[in-house]
Design a protein around this ligand. Structure first.
Ligand SMILES: Cc1cc2nc3c(=O)[nH]c(=O)nc-3n(C[C@H](O)[C@H](O)[C@H](O)COP(=O)(O)O)c2cc1C
Length: 410
C-alpha cells in the first residue's frame, strides 16, 4: 500500500501550516477493523494492541482521526499548556546525521548500502558501543538490521550535522531533529478539540493528553506546580483517558524542560497532580538519562504517584549545518529523534524494566525512541515495555501499526 517514502508532517511548512492543512496523507485507508488485532490490557483499558504514537505528531483531532483509523491504539495528543504559546521559528524539522553526513542521492527505495563516509562513522560508533552494550545488543538482536548510523548510549557525539533536504531511501536512514518549544493553542480551543478527538476513537483505543506547566520565574516552584495541576485538570475535563506530565523538552530553555532529571521537584509535582486528579491515571514522560544514578532516583521518587512512565523524549544535542553554521534560528541545540536514537530508547527501557522488577513497582512502561519497523516494536516489548509508541517512524510510515498487526496475527 505504501508508495515511496514521504512524511505526513511537511518539513518545508511552518508548524501553523501543518496544523491548519495537515496531515499530508493520500494513501488508501484500511477497512474498518472487525476484530482487535493484538488485544491486551493496560491498566483498566482493553486495547486493540499495545502500539501507538507519543506526544508530537498528533497536532489535533484531524491527526488523531487519521492515525486512529490507521490502527494506532495509544494516541497521545501533542503537549498542551494552560495558555497560548507560539511555536519556535521555522524550520522546525531537519534531517541529521554524523559529522560527515551527506545528502543521500535519490535511489530506489529499499535497503541501499550506505555511502563510504557514513559506513566509517557507523563503524566508529559501533566500536564505542561495544562493551557495556554487548548484553543489550544480544537481547535485542541489533545485528540483524541494516548497517545504519545510531547514537550510542553513554557516548553521544559533540555535534550532529543537519540537512533540510534528504530523500530517504529506507526508514532506517531517517534521523531528524525537531524543535518546536511546545507550542499550544488556548485551552478553550484545545479542550474542545481534545473532546472531539476522544469521540473519534474506535474500540480498543485510548487518548492520552500530554500536559506541561508554564513557569514564571517570579512564581518559582509553587507557580510551576500549580500550572501543571491546572493543565492536568483541564485535560481531565476534556475527557482524556490518561494524563501524561511532560517533564522533558530538549527544546525548552526553562525549568519544565529538564524536570525529568530532578527527583525532588518532579515527584513534588507528580504528587500534587495525582491528588488533584483523584483517580485518572497519571503517566510521566521523561528524556534520555546518560547516567544511571538520577534515573534510579527519579523512578524511585515518582513511582508512588504515577501509573506509567513513558520514555524517551528526543535526545538533546548541538546541531549545525554543513559548514558549522546555525540552522535553527536562535538555538544551537535541539532534540534528536527517529532511527538514530533507538539504542538510547532501548537502553532506557531495559534499565527501567530492571528497576521495576528489583523494586517490585507495578507502573506501566511505555517504550519510545527510534521505532521505525515492526521489528523495533518487538525489540521494546522483549525488553519489558508494556506498550510502544513511534513518532518519527509513524510520520514516515503511516502503515506501521497495520504492518505489525499483520505480522502478529499471521
Ligand atoms: C515533530 C515532533 C514533535 C514532538 N513534540 C513533542 C511534544 O510536544 N511533547 C513531547 O513530550 N514529545 C514530543 N516529541 C518527542 C516524541 O514524543 C518522542 O519522544 C521522540 O520523537 C522520540 O521518538 P521517535 O524516535 O519515535 O520520534 C516530538 C517529536 C517530534 C518528531
Amino acid at each position: 500500500m505504501r508508495k515511496g517514502l514521504s512524511s505526513t508532517y511537511d518539513f518545508s511548512s511552518t508548524y501553523r501550516e501543518n496544523l491548519e492543512r495537515g496531515p499530508g496523507f493520500e494513501g488508501e485507508l484500511p477497512p474498518l477493523r472487525e476484530a482487535l488485532p493484538r488485544p491486551c490490557r493496560l491498566l483498566d483499558f482493553e486495547l486493540g494492541s499495545p502500539f501507538g504514537i507519543p506526544a508530537g505528531l498528533l497536532l489535533d483531532s484531524r491527526w488523531i482521526s487519521l492515525y486512529a483509523r490507521l490502527g494506532f491504539d495509544l494516541l497521545t495528543y501533542k503537549t498542551v499548556r494552560t495558555r497560548r504559546q507560539e511555536s519556535l521559528p521555522f524550520p522546525n524539522c531537519l534531517f541529521v546525521g554524523p559529522e560527515d553526513f551527506e545528502e543521500a542521492s535519490p535511489g530506489p527505495p529499499g535497503r541501499a548500502p550506505l555511502p563510504e563516509g557514513r559506513r566509517r562513522a557507523s563503524a566508529l560508533l559501533e566500536e564505542q558501543a561495544q562493551g557495556g552494550q554487548q548484553m543489550l545488543r544480544s537481547l535485542i538482536g541489533e545485528e540483524e538490521g541494516p548497517p545504519v548510523w545510531q547514537l550510542s548510549p553513554g557516548a553521544l557525539p559533540p555535534r550532529l550535522r543537519a540537512r533540510l533536504q534528504l530523500q530517504p531511501r529506507h526508514l532506517e536512514e531517517i534521523t531528524i531533529t525537531n524543535s518546536f518549544g511546545m507550542p499550544s493553542r488556548d485551552p478553550s480551543v484545545w479542550q474542545a478539540d481534545m473532546e472531539r478527538s476522544k469521540s473519534l476513537l474506535q474500540k480498543g483505543q485510548i487518548l492520552i493528553a500530554s500536559v506541561v506547566g508554564s513557569s514564571d520565574p517570579r512564581e518559582g516552584l509553587s507557580g510551576l506546580t500549580e500550572d501543571y495541576v491546572r493543565c492536568a485538570m483541564l485535560a481531565q475535563e476534556a475527557r482524556a483517558d490518561i494524563i501524561e506530565l511532560n517533564y522533558s523538552c530538549p527544546n525548552s530553555s526553562s525549568k519544565e524542560g529538564a524536570l525529568y532529571a530532578d527527583p525532588e521537584t518532579s515527584s513534588h509535582i507528580s504528587g500534587r497532580v495525582q491528588r488533584a486528579l483523584r483517580g485518572t491515571p497519571l503517566f510521566l514522560k521523561v528524556g534520555y538519562f546518560p547516567h544511571d544514578e538520577p534515573l534510579d532516583a527519579v523512578v524511585h521518587a515518582n513511582a508512588p504517584f504515577v501509573q506509567g512512565i513513558v520514555g524517551i523524549n528526543s535526545v538533546k544535542l548541538p546541531v549545525a549545518g554543513p559548514d558549522g553554521e546555525e540552522v535553527l534560528p536562535g538555538r544551537s541545540e535541539s532534540g534528536i529523534c527517529g532511527a538514530g536514537i533507538r539504542r538510547c530508547g532501548l537502553d532506557f527501557v531495559g534499565k527501567v524494566a530492571e528497576i521495576r522488577k528489583r523494586e517490585r513497582y507495578d507502573f506501566v512502561l511505555v517504550g519510545v525512541g527510534g521505532v521505525m519497523t515492526p521489528r523495533d516494536i518487538e525489540r521494546y516489548l522483549a525488553l519489558g515495555a508494556d506498550a510502544v509508541q513511534s513518532c518519527t517512524g509513524a510520520m514516515w510510515n503511516p502503515y506501521l501499526a497495520q504492518e505489525w498487526h499483520k505480522q502478529v496475527s499471521s
